[in-house]
Write a protein that binds this ligand. Structure first.
Ligand SMILES: NC(=O)c1ccc[n+]([C@@H]2O[C@H](COP(=O)([O-])OP(=O)(O)OC[C@H]3O[C@@H](n4cnc5c(N)ncnc54)[C@H](O)[C@@H]3O)[C@@H](O)[C@H]2O)c1
Ligand SMILES: O=P(O)(O)OC[C@H]1O[C@H](O[C@H]2[C@H](O)[C@@H](O)[C@@H](O)O[C@@H]2CO)[C@H](O)[C@@H](O)[C@@H]1O
Ligand SMILES: [Mn+2]
Length: 468
């Protein structure tokens, strides 16, 4: 079987350790020749890079492994580029989230004004990243996780319209399934989804059994309706404290499902449908940035540093020999993460897509693709997150059909915002930038839009293009 070469762009990402561990566990199904980490922050990447060096040395000794800031070393002769960069780093995430709270407006990583500011940085850096990868590896699959994925996807659609091996993905829908399918004793690996929307603004409308074609969604929705109080108690009991963002988010998600019980929504829909509830979730002194820095980032980096200091994993409390077995199957993602439990879906979803590609299995997964009539009553240019067959040479979307009026109205508004933002970035046009911010359902007000743009321009410094 061919041995593949992989580069992880954003090697210093808090998701990289779990991703490398999963690659180690998948040696039989996804055999590797080479893994390279690439980042633009040497100090940050070295923390993760040194963990990888020890982990692969002990559990994957034949693998070629390195970590680098050099583009040629990173992108030469690769088969897959997993891209998970954070343009501007966590410092700018802090600004994306805190600037809006100055004006009693939701500050969020990928939605609302924070997401638009993130989009300005990400589009510029992702375009450069893709051009660099293509300079050295014309035929590699580029699988992008970097956010804000909806805006990045809109931009990559325009700059690289014929690049069939450039894919934008998101793990949120997968997490929604993992939160709800256990209620009716169904595993995610048993089903394929029917879903539509923009990234971070979508709905499941079918959950089909891969063998029988049976749709589990009606019985799932009926179960939640019939046992609402019991499920609400279950979701409440799972919340590990006031900083348990995902526990609290999924409780609010259940309440949204109670109000709109005919489809299974993405958690991010909450920001658009319940902006007042979401605004109270954080305040300017403490946002998701603070929780991640104090939570995942602190834990993941401490784990990496401890192993680097030990110089080994085997025979220590960090030993993962029991998990490195040739029969491991990725359909149980919860088993995938040792480093940080919340990362369980991130790496698993990526590897599921990769396995469908290398085996030409044409498995059905959710990917962002140009609408072009998949949903005939939505703008043809929309980068829709829909069910697609994932094959060796290309990704083919399944037809969806028209969407209901309520969702159409929401999506067309959001797409107008995202499209205008990409127009503004590519044309460096400050009037379109004002239109994009004003169009956004969370901003709404032109005076607020002007103030937010001025503040983001100031805090972003050189990350912010010269609009005129
Ligand atoms: N699509 C999804 O559903 C999904 C899920 C999780 C995370 N993400 C995204 O994945 C990315 C990584 O998340 P994280 O929390 O691990 O971030 P992180 O801040 O921990 O790591 C990101 C890494 O990218 C590096 N980086 C930034 N700009 C770069 C550039 N131009 N070139 C090379 N490296 C660069 C940083 O130095 C950092 O090491 C973010 O964009 C996040 O929003 C997306
Ligand atoms: O606030 P964060 O940094 O923990 O997560 C932001 C991302 O949330 C979604 O992805 C994952 C998340 O990465 C992971 O930690 C887990 O807890 O659940 C989420 C859904 O799988 C979202 O899809 C990403 O786009 C965000 O960047
Ligand atoms: Mn996402």
């Amino acid at each position: 079987m061919k041995k593949y070469s992989v580069v992880i762009c954003g090697g210093g990402s808090t998701y990289t350790p779990d991703m490398m561990e999963l690659l180690c566990m998948m040696q039989k199904d996804f055999p590797l020749k080479k893994v390279v980490l690439f980042d633009n922050d040497e100090e940050r990447q070295k923390i993760v890079g040194e963990y990888g060096r020890i982990m692969f040395q002990e559990y994957y000794p034949e693998l070629e492994y390195s970590y680098t800031l050099d583009k040629e070393e990173a992108f030469q002769d690769i088969d897959f580029a997993f891209v998970q960069i954070r343009a501007g780093g966590m410092d700018q995430r802090n600004n994306d989230e805190k600037v809006p709270y100055r004006y009693n407006c939701i500050g969020q990583e990928t939605c609302g004004p924070g997401g638009l500011a993130y989009g300005v940085r990400s589009v510029v850096q992702m375009i450069d990243m893709i051009k660099d990868i293509r300079t050295y590896s014309k035929d590699a699959w580029i699988i992008n996780y970097s956010n804000p994925a909806a805006i990045v996807a809109e931009a990559t659609k325009r700059l690289f319209p014929h690049d069939k091996k450039l894919v934008n993905i998101c793990d949120m829908p997968t997490s929604v399934l993992d939160a709800y399918l256990p209620l009716i004793h169904v595993k995610r690996s048993q089903i394929y989804p029917k879903f539509f929307g923009l990234n971070h603004f979508g709905w499941f409308t079918g959950l089909y059994d891969k063998k029988s074609g049976h749709d589990y969604l009606p019985e799932l929705l009926a179960y939640v309706k019939e046992h609402y109080d019991e499920v609400h108690e279950q979701f409440t009991a799972k919340i590990k404290g006031k900083d348990d963002h995902w526990g609290i988010t999924f409780l609010h998600h259940l309440e949204m499902l109670h109000d709109f019980p005919y489809a299974l929504p993405n958690t991010y829909n909450l920001y658009y449908l319940y902006p007042d509830k979401c605004l109270k979730h954080y305040d300017i002194r403490h946002t998701r940035y603070d929780e991640v820095i104090q939570g995942r980032e602190t834990m993941v980096f401490a784990y990496c540093k401890e192993i680097a200091a030990l110089g080994k994993m085997k025979g220590t409390k960090y030993d993962i020999s029991a998990k490195i077995n040739p029969d491991y199957k990725v359909d149980n993602p919860q088993a995938a993460s040792t480093v940080y439990a919340d990362n369980d879906v991130h790496a698993a979803y990526l590897v599921e897509l990769v396995l469908s590609i290398i085996n030409n299995a044409n498995e059905i997964g959710l990917v962002m693709v140009k609408n072009d009539g998949i949903c005939p009553n939505l703008d043809a240019g929309m980068m829709l997150e829909v069910a697609c067959r994932i094959g060796k040479e290309e990704i083919v979307p399944l037809h969806y059909g028209p969407v209901p009026q309520f969702e159409k109205g929401l999506l067309e508004n959001q797409y107008a915002c995202e499209k205008l933002l990409v127009d503004a970035i590519l044309d460096k046009d400050d009037f379109k930038l004002l239109q994009a911010f004003t169009e956004n359902r969370i901003v709404r007000d032109a005076d607020l839009a002007k103030q937010l743009i001025a503040d983001f321009k100031e805090v972003n410094g050189d990350f912010w293009p010269q609009f005129q």
